[in-house]
Structures are given as structure tokens and as C-alpha cells.
Design a protein around this ligand. Structure first.
Ligand code: SF4
Ligand code: SF4
Length: 385
């Protein structure tokens, strides 16, 4: 449930020309002003300057804002500072969001202002959705259990690398065995959430609703032309590589949209099916190299899960190349850009995803057997077996 006053402040940063030389921030401002429950929109020279931060504090009080979206640079750079500043007027850290249109848009799509602007508008709408679905909780990223859905199977307990989940009898539920999360031990990888077969778990700040909503907002509203690729990117690995690619101004094909998770193990195979079923032409999951995971084993779980998914995709009618998993560490910046560009090229050759964009697959798994998708031409049709 989302609570709070639900009034958002949005600040669009020029970054002294670093952003507005490569995309049209006026259009962004207009798009922001049209979004739901926005109490204040402002375009600023430097969002991170002390003057702008002081203005944000004043605006929160004046406009009764309970959440703030800063459309600027990477959350890895200034998110903590913005959270500290806005914490002085009781805006909780999880209610402050950064939309990274500098490193991951303006600096890598500088050759095409129109394409960069279209993409930045999508990113803005997606970040707005994500933040609107956020509640003011004390601890971000931890997993939560819906005990009514939990069957006590223990899968989550077995995948948690931090001993943060325990199954025990619940006296309020007739002594049935249920999962319990120790939020102090939870590191926020999200591996358990994607593993739970009954969707009893969810992750604060990276909830299923927040991820699905970002996908829908992108795929149903974008003005991006073919191809449209969804890229799930790990905060510690490929997301960092993408930021450095921006820093190095490495031109990247703009036909992709990043959705960040803390670990690739949070990526639910259903998200891939969902993205393909609502019109993504391809889905790329980027994980760190097996054995080099911030959460130690998260990407090993991703590899297993995604290998199974790859086999399953054909059975439900998608060309297997509509999905790819690649392994990119934070320092593999060239490999990151090459992987993105090559995958977009591969999907271009494949052609548009023939699935009806109106086809809708609702999470979670119970709807899976009734996927209503039109089978694509078999990838091996015409081959001599
Ligand atoms: S995996 Fe899901 S259903 Fe199984 S014990 Fe954990 S929360 Fe409950
Ligand atoms: S999010 Fe990760 S660390 Fe937290 S309980 Fe789940 S598996 Fe364990």
C-alpha cells in the first residue's frame, strides 16, 4: 500500500550544459508537469549545489511534498547527499529517487538529441512511477513476507546466502510453518523474492509492482521506434559499467531501457515473459561474472534460473534470441557497450516482436499456464534436422 501525501517534487538538472546540450530539457519539464500527483517541477542549473538543495528543503515545506525525484546524474554519485538534505525535513531516504539521464542517456546518446530526449522522457516517467509506488519505510531493499501466501516450503531459506530467513511455526496462523525475514541480517539482494514459488515475498524499493509498472510505462507509452529492448542491470556490476561508459562518452545505440535491480538474482523470469508479452522486442539480463557477485552467489542463481527460462521461452512461442543473459563486471565498460550494441543488432535482424502489444500477462505465476500469446515462427523452421 502506498501512503503519505503523495505529492512529488521533480527537479530537472542541466548539469551546466552536460545534460541540456545533448537533450531537450524543456520537453522533459513539460512531460514532468503532466505527470500525476506532481506538486512542484523545476529545471535547475546544478541540482547538487547547496543553493538548489536548500531550495528543495523549502519547496518540501511550501508545496507539502512527501517525495522528491531528481532527474540528473547517477544515484551512485549524489543520492545519499540528497537523502541527507531532504531527511532534514522528514522526507525518508526511500522517498528520494534519482533518474540517471546524464551518464545513461545524455552522455551516451549525444549524437541524436531527439532519440536522447525520447529516452529521457521514458526514464522520467518510469522513475515517477517507481517513486509513486513507494511507501515511507524505515529500511530500504529488505524482503518482506506475505504470510497468507507463504506455504512454508523453505525455498527462500535455502537460497538466502545471509541466513536472514527462517521458517518457523506461526502461532497467529494456527501453527503453520511460515517464512520470517530478519531485516537486520537481510542484505537486500532480492534472490529469495524471485525464488518464491507463490509470490509470498516482495522487496522494498524493488517491488514487483514497481518493476512491472516501469516496464509497462516504457513499453506502452514510449515514442522509441523499433527495436525496444529492456535491459535488467545489476546495481554493482553492469550499472556501474554503464555509468563509466557515460563518463567516457561511449556512443551507444539508444534503443534500450535499463531497469536497475540490486542483484541480477532479483530478476524474476516472469518479468522477461511479461516484457516480451507487452511488446519488448528483446530482453537482456546483465549479471556479474559467476563467482564475482557483490552478494557472493546471487549471479549463480541467476544463471541457473535464466538457463531454464531460455528453454521455456520457445515453448511459449518466443524466439529464443528475444532473450539473452550476458555477464559484465563493473570494470568491463567496453564489453558493456559492445554487448548492448550487438544485442540490439541481433534483435534488429530478428525483426519486431510479433506478439500483440495488448496481450497482458499479470504476475505472478498462477497466470502463466494461460499465457495468451501468438506463437512466433519457429527459429529452426527451414533447417534440415
Ligand atoms: S519460498 Fe515463499 S512460500 Fe516458500 S517459505 Fe519462502 S516465502 Fe514461504
Ligand atoms: S533479500 Fe537476499 S539477503 Fe535478504 S532475505 Fe532475501 S535472499 Fe536473504
Amino acid at each position: 500500500m502506498v501512503n503519505g501525501s503523495q505529492r512529488m517534487g521533480i527537479y530537472i538538472c542541466h548539469c551546466g550544459g552536460n545534460i541540456d546540450n545533448s537533450l531537450d530539457t524543456k520537453k522533459l519539464h513539460e512531460a514532468a508537469a503532466k505527470l500525476e500527483k506532481v506538486g512542484h517541477v523545476e529545471t535547475v542549473g546544478f541540482a547538487c549545489s547547496p543553493e538548489t538543495r536548500a531550495k528543495m528543503v523549502a519547496d518540501v515545506k511550501e508545496h507539502d511534498l512527501d517525495r522528491v525525484l531528481i532527474v540528473a546524474c547517477s544515484p551512485k554519485l549524489y543520492l545519499k547527499e540528497f537523502q541527507q538534505t531532504l531527511g532534514t525535513v522528514d522526507v525518508k531516504g526511500c522517498m528520494v529517487e534519482m533518474c540517471n539521464i546524464r551518464e545513461q542517456c545524455a552522455w551516451v546518446h549525444h549524437d541524436d538529441i531527439d532519440a536522447a530526449t525520447v529516452k529521457a522522457e521514458d526514464m522520467l516517467r518510469m522513475s515517477h512511477d517507481r517513486l509513486m509506488l513507494q511507501s515511507p519505510v524505515e529500511k530500504a531493499n529488505v524482503s518482506q513476507v506475505n504470510k497468507m501466501r507463504c506455504t512454508g516450503c523453505g525455498i527462500c531459506e535455502s537460497v538466502c546466502n545471509f541466513n536472514a530467513i527462517h521458517i518457523s511455526p506461526d502461532k497467529d496462523l494456527g501453527g503453520s510453518r511460515k517464512a520470517n525475514v530478519n531485516v537486520n541480517a537481510c542484505e537486500g539482494c532480492g534472490a529469495c523474492v524471485a525464488a518464491c514459488p507463490t509470490a509470498a515475498l516482495d522487496q522494498v524499493c524493488f517491488s514487483n509492482m514497481q518493476i512491472i509498472s516501469q516496464m509497462e510505462t516504457f513499453l506502452k507509452n514510449t515514442r522509441m521506434d523499433f527495436p525496444k529492448i529492456v535491459v535488467f542491470s545489476c546495481h554493482w556490476c553492469s550499472y556501474t559499467a554503464a555509468d563509466v561508459a557515460g563518463l567516457k562518452r561511449m556512443a551507444t545505440d539508444p534503443h534500450f531501457m535499463v531497469i536497475r535491480t540490486m542483484c541480477s538474482a532479483r530478476v524474476d523470469p516472469e518479468w522477461v515473459i511479461k516484457a516480451l508479452s507487452i511488446g519488448a522486442d528483446g530482453v537482456l539480463v546483465l549479471a556479474g561474472h559467476p563467482g564475482r557477485c557483490h552478494y557472493e552467489v546471487g549471479n549463480l542463481r541467476t544463471r541457473k534460473r535464466m538457463t531454464l527460462l531460455h528453454n521455456y521461452l520457445e515453448q511459449v512461442g518466443f524466439h529464443p534470441d528475444r532473450f539473452q543473459i550476458s555477464y559484465i563486471d563493473s570494470e568491463e565498460v567496453e564489453a558493456y557497450v559492445r554487448t548492448i550494441n550487438e544485442y540490439i543488432g541481433k534483435v534488429r535482424e530478428l525483426g519486431p516482436n510479433p506478439v500483440d502489444p495488448q496481450t497482458n500477462v499479470m504476475p505472478k505465476r498462477i497466470e502463466m499456464p494461460w499465457l495468451d500469446i501468438k506463437p512466433e515462427k519457429r527459429w529452426d523452421e527451414g533447417l534440415k534436422l
